[in-house]
Design a protein around this ligand. Sequence first.
Ligand SMILES: *[C@@H]1O[C@H](CO)[C@@H](O)[C@H](O)[C@H]1NC(C)=O
Ligand SMILES: *[C@@H]1O[C@H](CO)[C@@H](O)[C@H](O)[C@H]1NC(C)=O
Ligand SMILES: *[C@@H]1O[C@H](CO)[C@@H](O)[C@H](O)[C@H]1NC(C)=O
Ligand SMILES: *[C@@H]1O[C@H](CO)[C@@H](O)[C@H](O)[C@H]1NC(C)=O
Ligand SMILES: *[C@@H]1O[C@H](CO)[C@@H](O)[C@H](O)[C@H]1NC(C)=O
Ligand SMILES: *[C@@H]1O[C@H](CO)[C@@H](O)[C@H](O)[C@H]1NC(C)=O
Ligand SMILES: *[C@@H]1O[C@H](CO)[C@@H](O)[C@H](O)[C@H]1NC(C)=O
Ligand SMILES: *[C@@H]1O[C@H](CO)[C@@H](O)[C@H](O)[C@H]1NC(C)=O
Length: 690
Amino acid sequence: MRGQVVWLIGVIIFDLMVAMADTQTLKISDFQFGPFDSSYYNTFAVIQPATISNGALQVTPDSIGNFSLSNRSGRIFLNKAFKLWDGDSKNIATSTLASFNTSFLINVFRVSNSVPGEGVTFLIAPDPTLPPGSSGQYLGLTNKSTDGLSSNQLVAIELDTFKQDFDPDDNHIGLNINSVRSNKTVSLSEFDIQIAPNGTKFHVVWIQYDGKNKSMQVYMADQEEQTSPTPSRPSKPVLSADLDLSSLVKQKSYLGFSASTGSNVQLNCVLRWNLTIEVLPDGNEGKHWLKIGLAIGVPLVVLLLLGIGGLTCYWYKRRRARSDPNILGALKSLPGTPREFRFRDLKKATNNFDDKHKLGQGGFGVVYRGLLQKESLEIAVKKFSRDIKGKDDFLAELTIINRLRHKHLVRLLGWCHKNGMLLLVYDFMPNGSLDTHLFSGPANATLNWNLRYQIISGVASALHYLHNEYDQKVVHRDLKASNIMLDSSFDARLGDFGLARALENEKTSYAELEGVPGTMGYIAPECFHTGKATRESDVYAFGAVLLEVVCGQRPWTKIAEFQQLVDWVWWLHRERRILEAVDERLDNDYVDEEAERLLLLGLACSHPIASERPKTQAIFQIISGSMAVPHVPPFKPAFVWPSMPPPTSFSITASSMANTVDITPNSSGWTPRYISKDAQVEFSDSSSHM
Ligand SMILES: *[C@@H]1O[C@H](CO)[C@@H](O)[C@H](O)[C@H]1NC(C)=O
Ligand SMILES: *[C@@H]1O[C@H](CO)[C@@H](O)[C@H](O)[C@H]1NC(C)=O
Ligand SMILES: *[C@@H]1O[C@H](CO)[C@@H](O)[C@H](O)[C@H]1NC(C)=O
Ligand SMILES: *[C@@H]1O[C@H](CO)[C@@H](O)[C@H](O)[C@H]1NC(C)=O
Ligand SMILES: *[C@@H]1O[C@H](CO)[C@@H](O)[C@H](O)[C@H]1NC(C)=O
Ligand SMILES: *[C@@H]1O[C@H](CO)[C@@H](O)[C@H](O)[C@H]1NC(C)=O
Ligand SMILES: *[C@@H]1O[C@H](CO)[C@@H](O)[C@H](O)[C@H]1NC(C)=O
Ligand SMILES: *[C@@H]1O[C@H](CO)[C@@H](O)[C@H](O)[C@H]1NC(C)=O
């Protein structure tokens, strides 16, 4: 009975913490704009001479309006201010910043091989206006008299195509704070990107602002055509900067674009725009306190009621001659349930959670080695951090692992809770994790080929069990070499189901994992779009592990010009030299046919398109040699998202083309309408200056 009261109180304390944290969890606003038509004049503040035409936000005019194209500037904002920070901007400790992610598809178009000018920016501004005199070098941001003033409260990411004397070159990205003189610039030629090449070119720009660590990352990639699927975001930013927006921009600011032309002109077209931004609560302190009051009050009442209930129950139970004491015993009553350990036994077993006993550390807890002296049993104890997420992780882990039984899964022995502290007890794995054997073991003790094959085969078997044999269909979600444990006979045991969830639960978020050390390279490309773990994404991770084991290289290892191990292996496959990928430390002591089979299987599992990856059933048969390896194409197929390209809703009607002259060379997809008869005069004027 005492145990259950402690349990109850533990649960309530966690609920309380979760409830309080909820008042701080921010909602997210999510916008997707485009293709653009005139209905967007309602959504955006379009400041002339900017227009919306020809399916795009024309931040500086195209030829449709009655505008000259040279010496122009324009701005287009979302018609709504966003609260970007909260609290006292002078006091960094108390201010909260809204994180946001934005991505947009642009086409910056130079005309007929002319010299382009000047640039386009993504802009955070205090109001939806356009300063006069902001054409030419001023990019629609500032003008001769205001440039550099902190009262501008401007932050922008510029894509600059014209070299001013303060610019590094005519093809760079920059971070601009209140000025067109960038605080940071990076030449895009280093990244093989031409903002405005000859011909038509589309680019996707991703801007990520992290309000917690106050940093901004900008990524950029080519997109084949306007209607092609958005490429996946590159892993390496083109520009990265620490940036405390609370000290720079107005609390409620507008988000949008600005651009300018000078004597040289270009089209500055935004074709799609996505924005995801955290919503900071509006400064209604009263409401805030009400929430906190509720957060504390409700659980207290619940606690009281449960207390009364518990006591009643207790007395009732006592009268019934101490029959089964379980009331909360859903867990305990399950067949084959692991046992409850006493905290003091675990404390003793791990020498008071001595650092010397530490086996490893995960996102949600530390694992210690321990010895239960009475039983002389070696155990691994996972102690969850007191983080509010702990309870969910704990329950998820417990309910799932509890019911899984397989010789290639790490066995759960029991659990313990004490003062809100949650612990799980596992079989101790004397040989540690696979990655330490592959990468930090002594050079002379490298895993031999047979052990490697046996390990892969064990992992495949465990994965097959999780995906198919167990009635509730489980995805592991976090398969990687450091989560594969080796028992005394070097058989693989999958561990760490802290992140495992039953498939029907869709609350998993992959986005959180991006950038977590030791995770990249195992995550399937579609996960960054769907945020969901699937059996297919587990297979992708399995493919990464497979290549890792055969090649003895981490999945994210850059080899030659290849960004990832898989790209290098794919290239060797194309060159018909795939066996060169096998770990050199094996000293050629391996079976060619087996190695080739595993490498090809690894590539097949790494297919960028989820539905093309083999299922665990087939994987298992391929490894056992009872099924042929699927055909692996010589080139890694492109990642396509969504898997079917969306229907084209953008097209130029014949009538809108009638009085325009299309001067786009090799136009494909996006054909900017550039010159009307008036504008043509304009343009030949300006080009005569060159
Ligand atoms: C075009 O601009 C000229 C001069 O700026 C003006 O006189 C004319 O009315 C404008 N035409 C239209 C259709 O707006
Ligand atoms: C922005 O993207 C990153 C990485 O994909 C993610 O961790 C973060 O939660 C996102 N932020 C918002 C506000 O969507
Ligand atoms: C915007 O988001 C949608 C849905 O996630 C995606 O299909 C599209 O590619 C995104 N566009 C850009 C430019 O990032
Ligand atoms: C574009 O074409 C012009 C004229 O052919 C040439 O001078 C210029 O170097 C080209 N620019 C690029 C970036 O290829
Ligand atoms: C610059 O813009 C400000 C308003 O933002 C305006 O008051 C000022 O006159 C402009 N200066 C020039 C030289 O255009
Ligand atoms: C950005 O640069 C301007 C001028 O170069 C400078 O005054 C300002 O302090 C810089 N701001 C930051 C945040 O570095
Ligand atoms: C801040 O977080 C982002 C990911 O959200 C990461 O890329 C960046 O390196 C971090 N910056 C710092 C200074 O920690
Ligand atoms: C654009 O403005 C600059 C500076 O004011 C001027 O020298 C140039 O002649 C203008 N170009 C055109 C085509 O009006």
